[in-house]
Write a protein that binds this ligand. Structure first.
Ligand code: AMP
Length: 233
């Protein structure tokens, strides 16, 4: 199964991707994390991406697409991929469709986590990630057991450099003007599943799994999807 999670910054994509990775045995592929890794290691792609990343702007397609395609080369024993943060534009979506087609794969579903903008600002303010693997935590909504330490790998937590109020506002503007167009794009392909992202982490997770159920059941396939489905209703 190959799925995409679409949602604004702070909608809970990262947290849900972590859960789905284990539940569905999917390889996670988060474009923001790939970029942070490339920037930290000072690779050529990382150096080219850094000025855009620091401003909270979209990194040019050729850089992001190259990183994503590289990461999709080796799926190990995963049963598919879960993309988080990519694609963010229609042109990236087209590049992805083409790349998957070349590898004889296709997208099964696109989950859109809907959260109103006012709530996103508040959530992003409390967000921290761990230094070792970028696991996502939130001091208000999803705290670690020991303050400042990641439950999964014991590494220290830090706030992202682009999680400052002005950059958060700019990134949300980009989401609601640019990335939101993907909702219409994938609805037209009959792949969109809308999920209320304001519910608890567990309820959102159940709603996503319910929405994906038709694709996970034996002998079912894309042809059974309606044009657009509302999960968890
Ligand atoms: P994220 O961790 O998904 O919030 O992404 C952090 C930053 O990485 C964004 O603000 C962009 O600068 C960059 N970025 C991540 N994914 C993409 C993408 N698909 N296209 C362009 N830029 C991206």
């Amino acid at each position: 199964m190959n799925i995409i999670l679409i949602g604004a910054q702070g909608s809970g994509k990262g947290t849900q991707a972590q859960l789905l990775e284990e539940q569905l045995h999917l390889k996670p592929c988060a474009s923001g994390e790939l970029l942070r890794d490339a920037i930290t290691h000072g690779t050529l792609l990382g150096q080219a991406a850094q000025p855009y990343y620091d401003r909270g702007d979209l990194v040019p397609d050729e850089i992001v697409v190259a990183l994503i395609l590289e990461s999709l080369q080796d799926l190990g024993d995963a049963q598919g991929i879960i993309l988080d943060g990519f694609p963010r534009t229609i042109s990236q979506a087209r590049s992805l469709d083409e790349a998957l087609r070349k590898h004889g794969r296709h997208l099964d579903a696109v989950v859109y986590l809907e959260v109103p903008r006012e709530q996103l600002m508040e959530r992003l303010n409390g967000r921290y990630i761990c230094k070792a693997h970028g696991h996502v935590w939130n001091i208000k909504t999803h705290p670690t057991r020991v303050p400042g330490i990641c439950d999964y790998d014991g590494s220290a937590l830090e706030q992202r450099s682009d999680d400052t109020l002005d950059k958060i506002a700019h990134r949300l503007d980009l989401f609601f003007s640019e990335t939101i167009q993907l909702v219409t794009y994938y609805a037209a392909q009959g792949k969109l599943i809308r999920v209320d992202g304001t519910a608890s982490i567990e309820d959102v997770n159940h709603a996503i799994l319910d929405g994906l159920q038709p694709m996970r059941a034996p002998h079912s396939g894309q042809s059974t999807l309606q044009d657009e489905r509302i999960a968890g209703k």
